[in-house]
Design a protein. Structure first.
Length: 84
């Protein structure tokens, strides 16, 4: 199974590939890392929340910022919106 460093890299690669204003589903990351992707989903959400806490990504649900660890249902990962 993938470790936190691999998950972190996969998340960052995916959101940067999708570019600003676009989002990914955490399951896209999990599916890249393992065939047993459902088992990896809690780890992907946990690592994603750490990245969001550090300001590296944004986590949203229905367009609103959420905490990946407490949000129920699907969330989206993307690059943070620039305040320029």
């Amino acid at each position: 199974m993938a470790d936190d460093a691999q998950i972190r890299l996969a998340i960052l690669d995916a959101v940067h590939a999708r570019r600003a204003g676009k989002t990914i589903c955490p399951s896209e990351v999990a599916r890249v890392l393992t065939q047993e992707w459902r088992l990896l989903m809690p780890d992907v959400r946990r690592v994603a929340q750490t990245l969001a806490d550090d300001g590296n990504i944004a986590i949203t649900q229905k367009g609103n910022p959420v905490n990946a660890l407490t949000a129920r249902g699907p969330v989206r990962l993307g690059l943070p919106v620039s305040s320029d």
